[in-house]
Write a protein of this length. Sequence first.
Length: 488
Amino acid sequence: MSRSALSPRFRLRWVSALAGLSLAGTVHGADLWTIAQDALENDAELASARSGFLATEAARDVQRGTLLPQISVGGNVSHSRIYSSAAQGQEAPQGQLEGGVPVGTASRDDTVSSVGVSLEAEQALYDPTRQAQLARAEREIDRDAVSLDVARQQLLFNVADAYFEILRAHDILSARRAQEIAISRQLEQARERFEVGLIAITDVHEAQASFDLSRAQRIAAESAMQVSFEALERLTGHRYDSIDVLEDDIPIVPPEPGDREDWVTLAMDNSPMVLMAQAGIEVARSQVDISRAGQRPVVSAFATYGWSDSDRTGTNHNSESQVGLRASLPLYTGGSTEAQIRQSGFALEVSQYDFEAQRRDTVQQVRSLFTRVNNDVETVEARQQAIVSNQSALEATRSGYEVGTRNIVDVLNAEQNLFNAIADHAEARYDYVLGLLQLQLQAGLLGADSIQAVNAWLSEEESVSLELPDEANDNPVMNIGERPRAPS
């Protein structure tokens, strides 16, 4: 098999194998779908959005409860001491006392115990404010349900982005390490040729400068590699020893449907960002209804029953019951009701403008991503051809250097161009995959089936790993303590 017939990715692995520094192994690693499932279960932001949605549902039940019968019972038990005095007959001379009590005065000291029970029931018959508040709670549930879908789709994309950033960093690091090895050998040859007087010292300096640059690029690639693994760990709460790599022969094809405006139509119907902004309009409109309801009457039915008894001599128990209607109509509230109507009206306008801004942004994003994915298809092919061209150029330059028609700078530049082409081809492949997923995200079509489709492009034969220092971590992935419980 000729060298030009080798696939670019195979040449990258072959050069890395020669360097002895490839991070790829034959141990089966975690795939994209497994990691996505971990993220859906453990991501803190998605869990927060999920709990927020449940809180919104509970708020709806709170508002519904205000329109249902309200029943309350009360009771009291008391113990009283009553002291009274009454004049009898003729008043005693002023200041004449007997036992501390004015002469001719009779006193009375009683203790009384009493008990009472009350029962009250009320049912709203017409309460436009509470009804409007219930309607707003329903609209808030619709909005937060879409918001939860936004968080879920964004998380799936973030996982894919972090996953392929690791593979991108791995391929770039492999190219940079192989480049460092190749240029180091070139530096050794330059020194040997200088020692026998075949080249000038300037050629050695040029080779040394190129080697120092390649070493710096390799160090930066190693740092990017470690950071990319940590980004994936943040989303899932797990540390992965290795992940599966992307196969060589993934289908690099334009997105379907093939018309840009078809994607715009899909986005207008399915984009959770657009649907959430639209739901925000309905929430704001419900708030206008609440403000206007403040000018309307409130009617409710009520029934009360009370019973009381005491041990006072000569009294029996008392009971009282009452059934009726209550009605109230605000006549003047100092202008606050009218101000609330204006305030909610302006808030409605804000939500409408926000929806329009989101709609325009989504249209622009979908069109741009569609164009970008189509360009990525051509870019991958061009980058692949660039590797072949740079390989041929490097061989020709080396041959010229051997016969003296080219200098060492030309050779070093040709090697640099080859490894840059290899790294650029790897980046173009991952740009295509992520661009396709991002297009689906903007159109509201990114789901489990999208991740599973990309997961089918991964190879189980190889995996990328990174040796990280062992860190003690006995804490659970997500520990928020025991959830509060209703009192029994």
